[in-house]
Write a protein that binds this ligand. Structure first.
Ligand code: PMP
Length: 286
C-alpha cells in the first residue's frame, strides 16, 4: 500500500481526495517536483527545493514550508513507502475557492500533496540500442523555466512520441532546440558536448546540471549556447536527461539515424560517470 501526505495528514494514496473547486483541478494552478530516491536517500534534494522556490515565486504562491520541514515530510514519505529506490512527487496548488475565478482567492489555503512511486529507470535495452524520438514545434508558453502542473502542452507533445511508438518528442522554437517534452536534450559533435543555456524557454533540469558538472570534472569539452535544429539533426550523438530517465541515448529522430545510429562513446563515458557519481554521493549520504 502506498502512503501519501495531504495537507498535514498521512493516508493511503487511494484514499487521498481534494475538492473539485481546487485550483489545481480547475486551472492547473500549482507547482511540483519529482525527486529520485536511491537507497532511501533523496538525490540532490536541496537543488530540487531551490527549483521549487523558484517556481513558487514565479507563480506568486507562498512556499508553505521551509526546507527543513520539506525534508522532514519527504523523509517521512520515503520511510513509509516500499522500496530502496523511489520517485517522490510533491505538488502545491493554490487551493480551493468558493467560486470559479481566474484571479487568486482573497485568502489562499494551499493544497500540499506528496506521494512516492517505485523508481523505474530505463530498461538496459534502451541504453544498449538507444531510443527513437520525434520532433515538434515548441508550442508552450514563455515560462518553461517554471515547473508548474499546467502540463497539457507537454502531454500533447509527449503523446506525439507515443503515437509514433517513440519515447520522447524533441522541441524546436524558431529554429533552435529548447528541450524534450519531459527531458533536457544534449548534442555531441566532434567529441564536444553542446547544450542550450538555461533561460525561460526550458526547465532547468537537475540532471542537466549533474551532466554538465560531470563533463567539466572529467575534462569533456562543453559548450552551453543556443543550438540550431540543423545541429541536432547532424549530431554525432543525441541524449535526453531527466531525474527518472537519467541519461539516455537517442539514436533515431523522425525516422533518421543520429550519427552512427547507435549509442556513442561519449554517452558510454557519461553513463558510467553518472552511475559512479550516484554511488559515491549516496554512499557519502549527500
Ligand atoms: N524538461 C522538462 C519539460 C521536464 O518535464 C523535465 C523533468 N521530467 C526535465 C526537463 C528534466 O528535469 P530533471 O532533470 O530535473 O528531472
Amino acid at each position: 500500500m502506498q502512503t501519501a501526505y495531504l495537507n498535514g495528514t498521512l493516508l493511503p494514496l487511494a484514499e487521498a481526495r481534494v475538492p473539485a473547486m481546487d485550483r489545481g483541478f480547475l486551472f492547473g494552478d500549482g507547482a511540483y517536483e519529482v525527486i529520485p530516491v536511491y537507497s532511501r536517500r533523496p538525490f540532490r534534494l536541496s537543488e530540487h527545493l531551490r527549483r521549487l522556490r523558484h517556481t513558487l515565486a514565479g507563480i506568486r504562491l507562498e512556499n508553505p514550508h521551509d526546507d527543513a520541514e520539506w525534508t522532514r515530510l519527504i523523509d517521512e514519505i520515503i520511510a513509509r513507502n516500499e522500496g530502496e529506490d523511489q520517485s517522490v512527487y510533491l505538488q502545491i496548488t493554490r487551493g480551493a475557492d468558493t467560486k470559479r475565478n481566474h484571479a487568486f482567492p482573497a485568502v489562499v489555503t494551499p493544497t500540499v500533496f506528496i506521494m512516492s512511486e517505485p523508481l523505474v529507470t530505463p530498461p538496459p535495452a534502451q541504453r544498449d540500442t538507444g531510443i527513437a524520438a520525434v520532433s515538434a514545434p515548441d508550442v508552450r508558453w514563455l515560462r518553461c523555466d517554471l515547473k508548474t502542473t499546467s502540463l497539457l502542452a507537454n502531454c500533447l507533445l509527449r503523446q506525439l512520441a507515443a503515437d509514433a511508438g517513440c519515447v520522447e518528442t524533441i522541441l524546436f522554437r524558431d529554429g533552435f532546440l529548447t528541450e524534450g517534452a519531459a527531458s533536457n536534450i544534449f548534442v555531441v559533435k566532434n567529441g564536444a558536448l553542446l547544450a542550450p543555456p538555461k533561460n525561460h524557454l526550458m526547465l532547468p533540469g537537475i540532471t542537466y546540471d549533474v551532466v554538465l558538472e560531470l563533463a567539466a570534472s572529467h575534462g569533456l569539452k562543453c559548450e552551453v549556447r543556443d543550438v540550431l535544429e540543423e545541429e541536432v539533426r547532424a549530431a554525432d550523438e543525441l541524449w535526453m536527461t531527466s531525474s527518472t530517465k537519467e541519461v539516455l541515448p537517442i539514436t533515431v529522430l523522425d525516422g533518421q539515424a543520429i550519427g552512427a545510429g547507435k549509442p556513442g562513446p561519449v554517452f558510454r563515458d557519461m553513463y558510467a560517470w553518472y552511475q559512479n557519481f550516484k554511488q559515491k554521493v549516496m554512499r557519502g549520504g549527500g
